[in-house]
Design a protein around this ligand. Structure first.
Ligand code: GDP
Ligand code: MN
Length: 397
């Protein structure tokens, strides 16, 4: 589950990580009030107005702007709220902005130039350890840095049983070229950042940029936080931060029905039991010249009610031109699934307007095939994987 920047920053701050301070606002008037409050609290005269959507690259898309007085705060906030923000990480239609973060300007002039770094905390599945990835090249696309100047990206592996050790925090500050107060600030910053990551059961923190201000403070200017959804049951406060407006409406609805559904761009809807088989089915569709329209794991009990719910979800996607049902009957018997498909189809009547290919394999597969073939419905049966793929190809042609 992803958090908004302002929520991520609040989380970090609660663990003692220094952040660029800000107040979230739902409209231009609230933005002005927020700016006034920030000026009282921090003394800042300038503010940055930042679109709060679940996508990076907002700066490039015009979703992060500097306001030098309250009139500009009002104007920019009014502009950004309600816009469909297009960034390198959104679709071409963009994402609707419902709120902005009004933040203190932290790039103020001083003895030194402000400097931007990159830092993320994530799990290295290969070594089974957490790692902190960081770079002197902050503020830009880390993918570009990785491609063009990979030697400027450092990693520090953390043993989860000891947590981050003081020498590791110092090594990070040293590799970033820091000294004096900024060095001390950085060791505190990474130590608290790591603690926040572990204690919130996050799967990703990406802070880009981490800023060294002109007076040598180290702070998070941006925060991308991804929480591990499987651990949310023990973080009720964090679970409550979910913003359904940022998620695909179909995915939210499927989740409520207990279906594991991921919306994709293709033309062949998939209904499969088991995540592994669902992945293999998507590969098969691609090989047959189609593109999967979704990932859908209906789970173990593919009865009529579940199959019908799955049909309805799949058909909400107008790009679907055919549906491939691929079920392995291990514990669930194929004839029960076949009956479920037939019942659901009859129940839905005209709502099903695309060809359906059903491949059932496993317990009672032959009985299931007879059931489908004799149903009188526009459903094609297959027993082999390849046969199913060929039929998909035929209906798409
Ligand atoms: P992103 O584009 O979605 O990654 O959003 P960021 O929060 O990283 O902001 C984008 C850019 O806005 C940063 O890299 C900074 O260059 C700039 N920015 C952020 N905060 C401030 C600020 O307080 N003052 C100024 N002048 N620029 C800022
Ligand atoms: Mn950023």
């Amino acid at each position: 589950m992803n958090l908004h920047e302002y929520q991520g920053k609040e989380l970090l701050s609660s663990f003692g990580v220094r952040i660029q301070r800000g107040i979230v606002a739902q409209n231009a008037e609230e933005a002005v009030a927020a700016a006034k409050k920030l000026t009282e609290d921090t003394g800042t005269g300038w503010h940055v107005i930042k679109a709060q959507v679940h996508a990076g690259g907002r700066g490039k898309g015009g979703g992060v702007k500097l306001a030098k007085n309250l009139d500009q705060v009002k104007e920019i906030a009014g502009q950004i709220i309600g816009m469909d923000l297009v960034t390198p990480q959104t679709s071409a239609e963009g994402k609707r902005v419902h709120q902005v973060l009004v933040a203190e300007d932290v790039y103020y002039p001083g003895d030194n130039e402000p400097e931007e770094y990159y830092m993320s905390v994530l799990l290295n599945r290969g070594t089974g350890r957490n790692m902190i990835m960081y770079s002197t090249e902050g503020g830009m696309d880390i993918e570009t840095v990785a491609e063009e100047t990979p030697h400027l990206i450092f990693t520090e592996e953390i043993d989860p049983s000891t947590g981050i050790l003081p020498f590791q925090a110092r090594r990070i500050a040293f590799n970033l070229g820091l000294s004096g107060m900024a060095f001390k600030e950085m060791t505190k910053f990474v130590t608290n950042l790591y603690k926040a990551y572990v204690e919130s059961d996050s799967s990703l923190f990406e802070i880009n940029p981490v800023l060294k201000t002109s007076d040598d403070k180290i702070m998070a200017v941006d925060a991308k936080v991804t929480l591990d959804a499987n651990a949310l049951y023990r973080h009720k406060d964090l679970a409550a931060l979910r913003d359904l407006r940022e998620e695909s409406a179909i995915e939210v609805e499927a989740g409520e029905l207990g279906l594991n559904y991921v919306d994709l761009d293709g033309n062949v809807g998939c209904m499969v039991n088991g995540a592994g088989l669902a992945m293999a089915t998507m590969d098969l569709i691609k090989q047959a010249g189609g593109e999967p329209a979704n990932f859908l794991d209906v789970g173990g009990t593919a009865d009529a009610a579940r199959v019908e719910a799955a049909f309805r979800i799949i058909l909400k996607d107008s790009g679907v031109k055919a549906i491939l049902i691929n079920i392995f009957g291990g514990i669930v018997r194929c004839d029960r699934v076949a009956q479920g498909v037939v019942d659901a189809y009859k129940n839905m009547g005209d709502a099903i307007n695309v060809p359906i290919i059903v491949r059932l394999q496993g317990t009672n597969a032959d009985i299931a095939k007879d059931l489908i073939d004799n149903s009188g419905l526009d459903v094609m049966s297959a027993t082999e994987f390849q046969e199913a793929a060929d039929k998909v190809q035929a209906v798409l042609a």
